[in-house]
Design a protein around this ligand. Structure first.
Ligand code: PAF
Length: 262
């Protein structure tokens, strides 16, 4: 069966109405510029559901005024090829005016897990994420939804929203997929210069040194700063039953995040 690409809410609602109630619908929300991390989410969704829906939408409400909304990579043609090869059933790729018609005035705010880490440096970011994800959930009405754990805080915020707002959706967090040199896959890696791309895996090496106990977070902030990383935060925090060591740092104009869960 051919890939179905839908652009409007009406078409998606209509598609969903024709799915039998017993069928399992798995959902992978993305902002496109797909890489192997996304493909891994799609593969897991394919294994666990009868239908797989992929959304591709660069959500303006989760970007701050000085952030990279305009620079965020867009690659729809290539994304559709990946979607097809991963046997996605439906791609939902709406325009901004379709998701945020003029006059849109309702937002969703999770007020606990959205504090600290990226929440401190990206005011309004998780509000934008929670809002768009809830809007997408209401259209797709999935049984399961898949998220990469590179965005660990995002996973916590959305999971809490699902719990607090009584959504009947199973949240599935999928381990970070890395390049051969350890760099966490991210659409933003496309923005790195050749030189910065070579330096970027130092973030993961640093996380390994901290989690393996051969170095401290304070020492590592120093190490990375000397390599021209501008560290925003580097913290250890509780995460579900274990803990998380998470970092955000700029390399040139590209903001990179990564973490190790233990
Ligand atoms: O992780 C992302 O790509 C985005 O934050 C998401 C979940 C698709 C919401 O826009």
């Amino acid at each position: 069966v051919a890939l179905v690409v839908l652009k409007t809410r009406a078409d998606l609602i209509n598609w969903r109405l024709n799915i039998a109630p017993k069928k399992r619908v798995g959902f992978v929300p993305t902002m496109g510029a797909l890489h192997l991390g996304h493909a891994t989410l799609l593969r897991q969704a394919r294994l666990e559901n009868d239908f797989v829906v992929l959304s591709i939408f660069v959500n303006p409400t989760q970007f701050g005024v000085n952030e990279d909304l305009d620079r965020y990579p867009r690659a729809l043609a290539e994304d559709l090829r990946i979607a097809e090869s991963e046997k996605v059933d439906v791609v939902f790729a709406p325009d901004v005016s379709e998701m945020y018609p003029t006059g849109h005035s309702t937002f969703v705010e999770e007020t606990e897990f959205s504090k600290g880490l990226c929440g401190d440096f990206r005011p309004g970011h998780f509000r934008g994420v929670a809002t768009v994800v809830l809007k997408l959930f209401n259209l797709v009405r999935p049984g399961r939804s898949y998220f990469g754990l590179k965005d660990a805080q995002q996973f916590l915020v959305i999971s809490k929203m699902v719990l607090d707002l009584n959504l009947d959706i199973k949240m599935i967090g999928v381990p970070t997929v890395r390049e051969a040199d350890g760099l966490a896959m991210s659409s933003r890696n496309r923005g790195l210069s050749k030189e910065d791309r070579e330096k970027a895996p130092e973030i993961y090496r640093s996380l390994l040194r901290v989690t393996q106990g051969s170095s401290s977070i304070a020492q590592e902030i120093d190490v990375l700063s000397k390599l021209d990383f501008k560290v925003q935060y580097y913290e250890r925090r509780p995460f579900e039953s274990g803990h998380l060591v998470a970092i955000a740092a700029y390399l040139g104009s590209t903001r990179l995040i990564d973490n190790i869960l233990g």
